[in-house]
Design a binder for this molecule. Structure first.
Ligand SMILES: Nc1nc2[nH]c(I)nc2c(=O)[nH]1
Length: 267
């Protein structure tokens, strides 16, 4: 049985390699860009560098070639250094929970104190049509997995910072809040699973985010989670789910998402 590398040491190694490559002593914040968010984050500040994640210890190539797989370092108008991860590892890739949160742990090890974690997801609230951004108030982790091993009793009572949610609403007062349910994936939920998520108190369903937030909170980061509803969750929208709908919804939402992200990075 080959010894698995210590995930925290691997994140420290990746952080050292990253800050050395960037020529900065530390970074201030990180954004994980989910489905539909990349275009909105394209011109958030002065790009210092864009680095293929596979250049850094512990990262794998993106499963879908050309979809993300880099980390872009930005200097914001407020003179902060922000890492933008243009891709993420999903639990359904089978690389384990440590791989899923390696980017977040690397950002924390590089000094980031704030994480903005975004995703594309299904919505249970009919008021949230495709292209609606929704703040994450809390999550339900239905994956059966966690990035924490051993007696790491992380408190998650305020996993999604109320202060950062207030800040987001000061930028975009129309933002609503929801509870995000992370499923393992890669299949989308059945209509019965979507109904279950609703009974449990969920209003957003996806395949990312919760595990990254757990790792961020363990590292002491403040977290803002924002979902982009790209489709009505299975069984609620009538037609079947398809990828084209995801892309189109993301494109329609770009101006609002860009305003939101740039407003968040000015403070
Ligand atoms: N689990 C799950 N993940 C998603 N990602 C996107 I975009 N839409 C969905 C969805 O409806 N369910």
């Amino acid at each position: 049985m080959t010894e698995q590398p210590d995930p925290y040491a691997l994140a420290t190694d990746a952080a050292s390699a990253l800050t050395k490559r960037l020529g900065v002593p530390a970074v201030d914040a990180a954004i994980v860009l989910g489905s539909g968010w990349a275009t909105a984050a394209a011109d958030l500040g002065e790009t210092l560098a864009e680095i293929p994640l596979t250049d850094l210890p512990g990262f794998a190539a993106p499963v879908v070639a050309g979809h993300g797989g880099t980390v872009r370092a930005l200097r914001t108008p407020a003179d902060r250094i922000v890492l933008c991860f243009t891709g993420r590892t999903h639990l359904y890739e089978g690389r384990g929970a440590h791989a899923v949160v390696h980017g977040v742990r690397t950002a924390a090890a590089a000094g980031a104190r704030r994480l903005v974690v975004t995703n594309g997801c299904g919505g249970l609230n009919p008021a949230w049509g495709p292209g609606t951004p929704v703040l994450i108030r809390d999550h339900i982790n239905l994956t059966g997995a966690t990035p924490l091993v051993g007696p790491r009793f992380v408190d998650l009572t305020q996993a999604y910072s109320p202060q950062l949610r207030d800040l987001a609403r000061s930028v975009d007062p129309g933002l609503d809040e929801g509870v995000y349910v992370q499923f393992h994936g890669p299949a989308y939920e059945t209509p019965a699973e979507v109904r279950m998520a609703g009974i449990l108190g969920g209003s957003l369903v996806g395949m990312s985010t919760a595990l990254e937030t757990i790792a961020a909170r363990e590292a002491g980061m403040d977290v803002l989670g924002i979902s982009l509803v790209t489709n009505a969750a299975a069984g609620l929208g009538g037609e079947t789910l398809n990828h084209a709908e995801v892309i189109e919804a993301g494109a329609r939402a770009v101006p609002r998402l860009r305003t939101l992200l740039s407003g968040l990075l000015e403070v």
